[in-house]
Each structure stands twice: as C-alpha cells, then as structure tokens.
Design a protein around this ligand. Structure first.
Ligand SMILES: Nc1nc2c(ncn2[C@@H]2O[C@H](COP(=O)(O)OP(=O)(O)OP(=O)(O)O)[C@@H](O)[C@H]2O)c(=O)[nH]1
Ligand SMILES: [Mg+2]
Length: 293
C-alpha cells in the first residue's frame, strides 16, 4: 500500500480482548510499554476484569462488545482505536509485551501487516504440545497451498498492522441492528485475517514470537476441532474472496468507445475505469504472497 504514514513516530494502540482475565491482567498490564492508547474490549466478564483493568490502567479505553466471541471483540477494539498502528494482544499472559517493539519496527520498515510467528527462527512456544505443534505445521503447509501464501504460522493471534489497511480487510461491523452472530465473530478471526491480508496482497513481515504459557485459567483449544475450524475458515474465505471479486467485476461500467478516448470527457472516463480495475485487482487472490520471500 502506498500511503503517507507516520513512520517516524507512529501512535500505537494495543487492543486487548478480555473474557474473565482479571488474574492475568494483574500480571500483563504492568508489563505493557508506554503507548498512545490501550483499548480493553470486555466480553461481559463475570469476574472483576473490568475493575482490574480500570485500576491498573486508568488511562485505558474500556469498551464492551455488542456480540459474542473473540473476533467481535477484536473488531470492536479496531473501531475504537485512534492510533496509526494496532497491536492485537491477548490478555492471558501468552503474548510477551517486550515483543511489541519488534512488531512496530517491522511496520515502520515497510510492512503493512506484522505477523507474529512461533515457527520463524527465534520464535517458539512454551504452551504448545507436540501433537498440536505437528498439527499446526501440517495445517500451515496445506493452507499455504490453498491461499498461495508463505506464512509460517497461519493462525497465531499476536499480530500488528497499520490501521489504514482495515478497509481492505472487509471485516464485519462491530455492531449491527440486530447483533445476530456473523462470520468472523469467533475464534476464526485469526485465520480469517491472515487469509484476507494475503488476498489483499498486503506486504507481510513475519516477526519471531515466543508464546508464553497462559498464567491463569484453562486453554480453550482442542487440537482436532480447532484444526477443522482453521480448515473451514480457509474454505469459506476462498469462497468469500471469489464472491467479492465477481461483485467488483459486475460493478465495472461498460467500456467507452475507444475512438473517443482522446477527448477530455472520455479520458476522464478511461481514468475512472483504470481506477476501478485497480479495485478488482486488489481483491483477486495474490499469486505469490509477499511474506517470508
Ligand atoms: N472480549 C472477549 N475476549 C475474548 C473472548 N474469547 C476469548 N477472549 C480473549 O481472547 C484472548 C485469547 O483467548 P484464549 O481463550 O486464550 O484463546 P487462545 O489464545 O486461542 O487459546 P488458549 O490460550 O490455549 O486458551 C484472551 O485474552 C481472552 O480473554 C470473547 O468472546 N470476548
Ligand atoms: Mg491464549
């Protein structure tokens, strides 16, 4: 993406989805570096998550999501964020705040999306079992074939990006009239984001990341059902991408008569069509992903 970005001193927003994470927030918030903004998105926690966030980070913006799920929480946070850069940050202690600087550096150096990777050299996980690790690698190989990308850690949730790429990702609105559940509200969000970043042909830099062990509470992951969810997400996203591309093609106006292309009015029209074609190109599947080239 060619944008005028504040690469010298970008304002960073940390978006933290939280669902009953009071005990983990006690450990996580004091570790956060000073940033432009912290946005905590609560999923109607039944413990004192919100009070804990307010006490430890009085300057934080605290919002409650309208629907359910981590995906809806993240989108709610993205909409509330005012920074140039958004960091997606889990509250369960798994994300190391010391790594935020590396994500920001990757973005300042030209990436649109800085993708955390436990499998990049220097990355790792204190939280992953051998079976889950093998499953993850298998899924990665398969997924990269399907979405024609080169990600090394497809469904990892620790990522950062320039806020200006959000329109290209077509994420669901955080609130709707009925607030019925929508695609992208759940844990599919991480794979969905990765697929859409690839489809939009954005520049990705992988950032090695060491996933720490969740400090309190229990893991919600199940190797088999989560693996299937990742695969289903890729299939749905491929279908969505095709639908968006054909919709964009249908919106193209009929070609102007070439004999008049040199007249100012038709020159304008030709320019408008060129720009529209550019829109189509952006939603077509990326031939080769720019990550880890
Ligand atoms: N607001 C909100 N936050 C959520 C929701 N589901 C999960 N989260 C938060 O999202 C982050 C990651 O969720 P986890 O349950 O740790 O899921 P995970 O990281 O995929 O898996 P494990 O760490 O292995 O349990 C944590 O900070 C959770 O509190 C939700 O529905 N709403
Ligand atoms: Mg976690």
């Amino acid at each position: 993406m060619s944008h005028t970005r504040n690469t010298i001193n970008p304002r960073v927003t940390i978006v933290i989805p939280v669902l009953n994470e009071a005990r983990n927030l006690e450990l996580v918030i004091p570790e956060l570096p000073p940033v432009h903004e912290i946005v905590v998105v609560d999923g109607n926690s039944t413990d004192d998550t919100v009070q804990t966030a307010r006490r430890l980070a009085p300057e934080a913006t605290i919002v409650t999501q309208a629907r359910k799920g981590k995906g809806n929480a993240l989108v709610t946070g993205f909409e509330a964020a005012t920074g140039d850069i958004i960091v997606m940050f889990d509250a369960d202690y798994s994300a190391d705040p010391a790594e935020i600087a590396a994500f920001v550096e990757a973005l300042k150096n030209g990436a649109d999306f800085a993708k955390g990777s436990r499998n990049a050299p220097g990355g790792g996980s204190e939280d992953i079992t051998i079976i889950r690790g093998l499953g993850n690698r298998g899924l990665n190989v398969l997924s990269n074939m399907l979405i024609r990308s080169k990600y090394t850690d497809l469904c990892y949730g620790y990522n950062a990006f320039w806020a200006d790429i959000l329109p290209a990702l077509h994420l669901p609105a955080a609130t709707t009239a009925t607030n019925e559940p929508v695609w992208g509200d759940g844990f599919e969000i991480e794979t969905l984001l990765t697929c859409r970043v690839a489809a939009a042909d954005l520049k990705v830099t992988e950032v090695p990341s060491v996933e720490r062990q969740r400090a309190h509470g229990v893991s919600n992951l199940n190797a088999v059902s989560d693996g299937l969810r990742v695969l289903r997400t890729i299939v749905v996203e491929k279908a969505n991408e095709k639908a968006r591309a054909s919709q964009a093609r249908e919106e193209l106006p009929a070609a102007p008569a070439p004999a008049f292309e040199s007249s100012p009015r038709h020159a304008d029209e030709a320019e408008r069509r060129r720009r529209l074609r550019g829109t189509v190109r952006r939603v077509r599947p990326a031939r080769e992903h720019s990550s880890a080239r």
